[in-house]
Unconditional design. Sequence first.
Length: 174
Amino acid sequence: MVLADVERVSEIRVRGRQWAYRGLMPQAYPDALSVAEDAERRRAGFGQGGPGVVNLVAERAGTVVGRPAHGPDRDGEVPTGEAELCALYVSVEHIGTGLGRALLEEAARRAEALGHPGMRLWVLRDNAPARRFYARAGFHADGAEEPFEAAGVAVPEVRRRGRLPLTGSFRAAP
């Protein structure tokens, strides 16, 4: 990912959240998301992710269509040794095409190459399609749950954990 990708990455992230979060939280939260504000925050923090943070983009025909990002996982301030999948976004028009699977596999491959034995991620507890997607990749709930505040309402997120290399049923053949 380069600075020039920020606007498109923000568009994919905001539109993706608006699509995925419909019905999972008060509609005021996804409706209030702004591509311009998201891009401004991303530009301000660009390149400040710290050591081990990997930000990627996927392009088709010269247009960014997805983004995975991962970095070292922490339990509070204590490094766990595992990676955390911080972001996995696919443009809405590419959902269901296998792009998300390919991006997850690439992020996992790179995390494993950095020496991480596993990967964790957070997903909305009631986002059944996302939970099924990650379960097919070999991620399972590990019991951790945290509230995410959306328009003044606590929306639970659950943590999922997977071993690297991924062992799920959609794992690509070598």
